[in-house]
Design a binder for this molecule. Structure first.
Ligand code: SF4
Ligand code: ZN
Length: 326
């Protein structure tokens, strides 16, 4: 029988990468303790700052919200309605669970529905825009980033927190390394400082394994959506995760070492990346004011503009009113 390192009782979670097993009680203490340590280590935020947590209804983001509140931080939630209702009614169900969590814990939740806000759901936008070759993920990512930034800025939040765990971060890092995507490598990390009107972005769970977050959510009895977004299946990132899990099985700690050594190398300047290149020619979007490297509109506003023109063109002609022009 595996014993808890702290009390010697029967362990519930074994973390091979730390050579440590913990019982339920001590695991539920350890997770927030460690989170607090990472928040301080990477200077994520203080107790005086207002945090907006992007919640999707999944285990990571709801657990993150739960942990921050347990630690006494001022954390409100933001749920983005993507209008993904293929198959399992993913958006509907994840919204319901997020709402329920907020209500149960008496927390403030902002809800933004992309379709109501811009006239098209994510799958509809994706179909019309030809971005992403039939998968809406590219449009979805663009819209999520844009809307999270917009809400954080409009509502005066200091920092935007997302529930990315180590498995997510290691998979992204693996992909970026395979492609030597230096712009992305430069920006990947637990904290992306605020810049040009964008809120600081932080990932307080970036050093926890996915299975640890699942264990936390279950032990805390957090009701979350088990199903992945129906569009996640077959994504390259899923493949990278499986591959890294295979490495992890043979060599426990591989994922953690891969990620932490990357952070160290970046910190020390050992990665030969031209630091100025990524920030060249950034200017505010003419429509929404968010920074963009494109002249005129940012990619999100450009996409919405195009959609609206496409919709207007497909409408039967009834006079010369041009509802989509400003
Ligand atoms: Fe959006 Fe793709 Fe993630 Fe689904 S899997 S939520 S479409 S990015
Ligand atoms: Zn814009």
């Amino acid at each position: 029988m595996m014993k808890c390192k702290k009390c010697g009782e029967k362990a519930s979670v074994n973390m091979r990468q730390h050579r440590m097993a913990l019982c339920r009680e001590h695991f539920l203490e350890w997770i927030p303790e460690q989170t607090e340590r990472f928040i301080k280590k990477y200077n994520m935020f203080t107790r005086d700052e207002k945090i907006l947590v992007a919640v999707s209804g999944g285990k990571d983001s709801l657990s993150l919200w739960d942990i921050l509140v347990r630690l006494g931080y001022q954390a409100d939630g933001l749920y983005l309605g993507l209008g993904i209702d293929e198959g399992i009614h993913y958006s509907e169900e994840s919204h319901r669970l997020t709402d329920e969590f907020a209500r149960k814990n008496d927390l403030k939740l902002h809800v933004v529905n992309i379709e109501k806000e811009y006239g098209h759901s994510i799958p509809a936008l994706s179909q019309m825009s030809h971005r992403g070759y039939g998968k809406p993920c590219s449009v979805c990512g663009l819209a999520k980033r844009h809307e999270m930034n917009r809400i954080a800025r409009d509502l005066g939040y200091d920092v935007l927190a997302t529930g990315h765990n180590l498995d997510d971060e290691a998979a992204v890092l693996f992909g970026n390394t395979l492609h030597w995507a230096s712009d992305y490598l430069l920006r990947q990390g637990p904290v992306l400082p605020s810049s040009d009107g964008l809120a600081r972005k932080v990932k307080p769970l970036c050093r926890f394994y996915e299975r640890e977050m699942a264990a936390y959510a279950i032990m805390r009895e957090i009701e979350y959506i088990y199903e992945e977004c129906p569009f996640a299946a077959g994504a390259t990132q899923v493949f990278y995760k499986e591959f890294l899990n295979q490495l992890e099985t043979v060599r426990p700690g591989t994922k953690l070492t891969f990620y932490l050594r990357f952070l160290e190398a970046r910190q020390s300047g050992a990665l030969f990346i031209q630091r100025d290149a990524a920030h060249a020619h950034i200017r505010p979007c003419e429509k929404c004011g968010q920074p963009t490297s494109a002249p005129g509109l940012c990619s999100f506003c450009r996409m919405i503009e195009k959609m609206n023109v496409a919709v207007a063109d497909s409408l039967p002609e009834d006079g010369d009113d041009q509802p989509y022009e400003e």
